[in-house]
Design a protein around this ligand. Structure first.
Ligand code: NAD
Length: 683
């Protein structure tokens, strides 16, 4: 019987990644190996499963520790070996993967009776057996973790039979980037750029990230918002290859651990998971939302240097309530209504336990879950394992940072703020709750801090007296001081009633911060804070130009979307963008590298405070409340360090024994560059 020796932890992460050795053995071999079972680490090397791969190899469970260089290591590189015909032996002496050798307790080159033991096995009845499988140059070239394209060295071309298979020129990564940049620039349509970059990521990961870092500002709107939104809407139609894992709430129930075991990497550091129920502002896109975890993880890699091969995008298929998906013959998910709450939570519970079991130190980032689930999900899991929700906490952190930077700029005392939130969804409430906590850190009591907040939803000012049953996430910030017969329903009414010093728009309602409202804000305080945060740009509550103009240049402005500089009264203003990208990469890096047990609000606030302090004097003079994104890698180092220091202070991670936090973070960051493809076997 043919048995496939599975190198489960060796397979790279795409189905195209077939070059890592699959060595086929006979049943005789299987018996021999099994007899010899003590000689190998079954976790790494499992031969006891039949054809078809049933019963995945048990995974090696790493209790990883804070470790310099751990997170930027390529989880595959150390395992790379080769299996090829030796040019020096016409009798097909097989030189084998070092892991196979280790598994069989052999040393490279070890022999039995002067012959390779493996060779002697494969030579028995050789012709009645399937041919040995060896990876081909094409398979190596189609492995995005190892493919170097025209950058393979002369030696590697020789060693891996690549000579002639790729063009003769040997290029540097920089030369390759010049080509990809030129090709990228040649696509006039953003979605085509997205498709091109996605294909590049599946073809050559190093070149993909080098291209992104070559022009991060230019690539961001492609790999993430706004283009990723369109990509998700059309995901089933633009699908060329696949990345990440899909977990089906119905069909994978009770075996999510098996699905996770199908993932070939043992050292996954970070998972971004969605159920596609609220993709950006686009609603329920079902499993087409997979573009979001993929895009988000590419930002973790670009901005904070998490290793791409240690990231894992996951989409939970809970069904879809989007009729367009159901009607679409090409839809790639389950065409059934979304599961109910009980099944939803049971699925996420099972998923989270399976993650913890397989990758105990892995950080899970919840992404684009609908608001009705997002808060509960976070509350349910945040004390159990390392996780956070970027829509709630990442947004909150970046807005808090803008609030701190703006308050430092306008010289107000934090306790004197009157904060009006227009929009009380997951983003609005998440931001408000974090600012409440920050004000407490600044010395206010919980009650005093809550008194600084007024929240408005589609029914008006949120009060305990307006007569409706509030969802749990709004209860903590309802006002108790508005009589039942004095409810305020329009935003203008609320503004006149509250006289806010700062206004946050998270309502998805464009044009709602009117000229009259902005005029009023400018009359209530010297330098009002105006943050129209709804995305995309078309949803912003007002534009930067309107805010500056209608307050006669007095306001301190921050938006959810990018706005061009504004010229007013001979002065140039650079509108800040409250981009979550400032926060989540550093928050993730810091939590992972220090080995934090949880992501706490204190860690999130440390990220905000650090970011606010990174705004230079020159930037503040231009009206900026966020530092220049060009410095994102260093920003991530500072944030990660502050997050890690806080985790240590809270007793959630071990202190450093030597060196600085910054150095530790930098040492753990991945940079796209080519490494020699190593093999410890003489070829
Ligand atoms: N960093 C950022 O800039 C950032 C991050 C996250 C979300 N956002 C943006 O914030 C917005 C809200 O996101 P969310 O996840 O909280 O959405 P959500 O759907 O959960 O919440 C929207 C809120 O707006 C309220 N609302 C809707 N129509 C209204 C109306 N006519 N008048 C008053 N209130 C109204 C709703 O009642 C709800 O409270 C989105 O546009 C999103 O793009 C920005």
């Amino acid at each position: 019987m043919l048995s496939r020796i599975g190198f489960h932890n060796l397979r790279p992460r795409s189905s195209q990644m077939s070059f890592i050795t699959h060595y086929y053995s006979t049943s005789e071999n299987t018996v021999n190996i099994a007899e010899d079972s003590d000689a190998y680490d079954r976790d790494d090397f499992d031969t006891r499963h039949g054809p078809g791969g049933q019963g995945q190899s048990q995974t090696r469970r790493h209790q990883s520790k804070t470790n310099i260089h751990r997170h930027n290591e390529d989880p595959f590189r150390e395992h790379i070996g080769t299996s090829r015909q030796s040019s020096s032996d016409s009798n097909s002496t097989r030189h084998v993967d070092s892991e196979i050798m280790a598994g069989l307790n052999l040393q490279p080159g070890s022999t039995v009776n002067g012959e390779s033991r493996l060779r002697s096995r494969s030579d028995v009845d050789r012709r009645s057996k399937p041919p040995t499988f060896r990876y081909t140059p094409q398979a190596l070239l189609s492995n995005p973790s190892f493919n170097k394209g025209t950058a393979f060295t002369e030696d590697e071309r020789e060693k891996f039979n690549l000579t002639g298979v790729i063009p003769p020129v040997i290029e540097s990564l920089e030369q390759q980037v010049a080509r990809t940049q030129q090709q990228l620039d040649g696509f006039p349509v953003p979605l085509d750029k997205y498709i091109y970059l996605a294909a590049l990521a599946r073809n050559n990961e190093t070149l993909f990230y080098a291209t992104l870092l070559n022009d991060l500002k230019g690539c961001l709107p492609i790999v993430y918002t706004p283009t990723v939104g369109e990509a998700c809407q059309k995901y089933a139609h633009i699908l060329r290859g696949h990345q990440g894992l899909f977990i089906d709430a119905k069909h994978h129930k009770g075996k999510i651990d098996t699905i996770l075991n199908n993932w070939p990497v043992d050292d996954v550091d970070i998972i971004v998971v969605t159920d596609g129920s609220r993709i950006l502002g686009l609603g329920d896109l079902g499993v087409n939302g997979m573009g979001i975890p993929i895009g988000k993880l590419s930002l973790y890699v670009s901005a904070a240097g998490l290793h791409p091969a240690r990231t894992l995008p996951i989409t939970l298929d809970m069904g879809t309530n989007n009729q367009d998906n159901i009607n679409d013959p090409l839809y790639i998910g389950r065409k059934e209504p979304r599961v109910g709450d009980e099944e939803f939570h049971a699925t996420v519970d099972e998923f989270m336990s399976a993650v913890k079991q397989r990758w105990p130190d892995c950080l899970v980032q919840f992404e684009d879950f609908s608001t009705d689930h997002a808060f509960e999900l976070l509350a349910r899991h945040r004390e159990r394992q390392l996780c956070f929700n970027d829509d709630i906490q990442g947004t909150a952190a970046v807005v808090l940072s803008g609030f701190i930077a703006a308050t430092l700029q306008n010289g107000m005392d934090f306790k004197d703020h009157r904060c009006l939130f227009f929009g009380a969804g997951s983003a609005g409430v998440g931001v408000a709750e974090l600012i409440v906590q920050y004000l407490q850190q600044q010395g206010l009591t919980a009650e005093e801090a809550r008194q600084c907040f007024w929240l408005v939803d589609s029914k008006g000012l949120i009060t305990s007296t307006r007569g409706d049953k509030l969802p749990a996430h709004k209860v903590g910030l309802q006002r108790h001081d508005v009589p039942a017969d004095e409810q305020k329903t329009s935003l203008l009414e609320v503004v006149k009633y509250v006289k806010p010093t700062c206004m946050f728009g998270l309502s998805t309602q464009p044009g709602t911060f009117t000229e009259e409202i902005c005029n009023l804000l400018a009359s209530y305080s010297e330098r009002p804070l105006i943050f129209p945060l709804s995305n995309p740009t078309s949803k912003a509550e007002c534009t930067a130009e309107q805010a500056y103009k209608w307050t006669n240049g007095k306001c301190i402005f921050g938006a959810g979307s990018p706005f061009d500089p504004v010229e007013l009264n001979g002065k140039t203003f650079l509108p800040g963008q409250a981009n979550n990208l400032y926060i989540f990469p550093g928050l993730g890096l810091g939590s992972l590298v220090i080995g934090a047990k949880r992501v706490t609000d204190e860690m999130v606030m440390a990220a905000s405070e650090t970011l606010a302090k990174l705004v230079t004097k020159e930037e503040a003079e231009l009206g900026m409340v966020y530092p220049n994104l060009d410095r994102i890698r260093e920003i991530s180092v500072s944030i990660a360090s502050a997050v890690a220091e806080t985790a240590v202070k809270q007793g959630l991670a071990n202190p450093l024994e030597e060196g600085t936090m910054e150095d530790l973070m930098r040492a753990n960051m991945y940079y796209p560059k080519y490494h020699p493809i190593q093999t410890d076997i003489a070829l």
